[in-house]
Ligand binder design. Sequence first.
Ligand code: HEM
Ligand code: HEM
Length: 226
Amino acid sequence: MYEFLTGFMFWLSISICLIGMLVRIVLYFNGLNWQLDRVAYRAYPLQGLKGALQSIFKWLLPFGTYGWRKQPFMTVIFFGFHIGAVLVPLFLLAHNLFLKDKLGFSMFITLNPALADVLTWTVVISAVLLALRRIALPEVRILTTTYDYFILFLSAAPFITGLLSRYEFGDYSFWLTVHILCGEALLIAIPFTKLSHIVLFFASRAQLGMDYGIKRGGMKGKGLAW
Ligand code: HEM
Ligand code: HEM
C-alpha cells in the first residue's frame, strides 16, 4: 500500500492537482466577456492590473478589507486555518525530503519543526471553530450543506493524520499510510470541488479588482466612454 501510494498514486494525484488547477484558471479567464461584464479589460490594462493587485493584496492581509474588519472572529479563524494550510504542505521538512527523493529538488527553505507543529495544531483547532461557526451563526447555517462539512473535513484530514504520524501515535506506519492517502485525496479533489478556490480566489479577486479599478470608481469621470 505504501509503495503504491508513494509511487503511482503520488504522481497521479500531483498531476491531476497541477494540471487541473491550470485548466480551471484558463477556463475562468476564457469565460470572461468584456461586453457582458461591461468592463473594458483590454483597453485599460494598467488601471486593471493596479485594481487587480490591490484587491488580491488587501484580501490576503488580515483585517485588510472592510469585509475582514466586520467579522473579526471569522478573520482570526480563517487566517489561523489558512496560514498553516498553505505553508505546512509546501515547506514541511519531511515533505521536502520526500520531494527531493522523488523529484531531485525541493523548496529553498523549510519550516522549523516546532513552528510546523504549532501551525498544524492551529489548522486543526481553526477547522473545528470554522465548523462550529457554520452551526452557530444562522446566516451561515442557512447556506451550509453536507458538502461544506465534507470539504472542511477533507481539508483537515491530512493535518490530523499528519499529527498522528508525527507523534507516532499507535502504529506509525499505519497513520503515515492513512496520512498520505488523505493528502492525495485532497490533492485530487482540488480541481473538481470548491477547493479550486486555491487558484480561483486569485482569478475572481483579479476580475473584481479590474472591475473596480477600471469602471466602478477607478476611472469614473476620467474620460471612460461608458
Ligand atoms: C493561497 C491559497 C488560498 C487562498 C487565497 C484561500 C482563500 C479562501 C477564501 C477567501 C475562503 C472563503 C472564506 C469565507 O467564507 O469568507 C476560503 C475558504 C476555505 N478554504 Fe481556502 N484558500 C487558500 C488555500 C486553501 C487550502 C490549501 C485549503 C485546504 C488545505 C483551503 C481550505 C479552505 C476551506 C475548507 C474553506 C471553507 C472554510 C469554511 O468552511 O468556512 N484553502 N479560502
Ligand atoms: C502527497 C503525499 C504526501 C506525502 C507522501 C506526505 C508525507 C508526510 C510525511 C513523511 C510526514 C512526516 C511524518 C513524521 O513526522 O514522521 C508528513 C507530515 C505531515 N504532513 Fe504530509 N504528506 C503528503 C501530503 C500532505 C498534504 C496534502 C498535507 C496538507 C494539506 C500534508 C500535511 C502534513 C502535516 C500537517 C504533517 C505533520 C506536520 C508536523 O510535523 O506537525 N501532507 N507528511
